[in-house]
Design a protein around this ligand. Sequence first.
Ligand code: GSH
Length: 216
Amino acid sequence: MKLYYSPLACSLADHIALLEAGVPFERESVDLKTKRTASGADFNDLTCKGYVPALVLDSGEILTENIAVLDWLAMQYPALGVPGKLGRTRLLEALAFVSTEVHRNFKPMWHASSEAEKAQAKATISRLLNLLADGIEGDYLFGAAPSVADFYLFVMLLWAERFDVRLPAPFVALRRKMASRPAVQAAMLHEGLIGTKDRQAPARPDPEGAELQLTR
Ligand SMILES: N[C@@H](CCC(=O)N[C@@H](CS)C(=O)NCC(=O)O)C(=O)O
């Protein structure tokens, strides 16, 4: 299995999921502006969609679309899913909300947009996160253990931190709790999002291929 990712992009959710699952996998970063992978390959040859995440299965088949990739991972590694009769449906419901509502509304923040558009986006994201937080069932969305939906949400919460989006209290706590997990730290370290005592985090990555250079 091989994950194509870009630092701090939504593919960080899949990166975390694979490390949480504890399975062997390969990973290669993609420059979203040039569409070149770290080894110099043309990412568009792998997927004409040109965006991450892309997960190449051992069969050679390629999965794209975060909802599908994260759902597939939760099906393979049930500890990353949600138990119960409606578990998978609730998981898909949360993944769809994070993807099609929250993630989508971050677009103006990453791209050259007017201040008014950004302010509007911030207010919308805050409202959406409040809606989601109203249904939280424990430390994580579905109780005491995180699912792939929490991993995707965590990426959105990192973006919220970067853009100063107001968060509901349960999500401030969720972000802190997620950030303390060894798999999350390992993924963030690998993506250069956090440093160690000996290694500084590099300049901030620009996951959406935006023209803006953002400061942490
Ligand atoms: N529909 C895709 C969108 C994924 C997406 O927006 N990926 C961003 C990074 S967070 C990306 O690769 N953007 C570069 C581009 O679209 O050229 C999904 O849900 O997985």
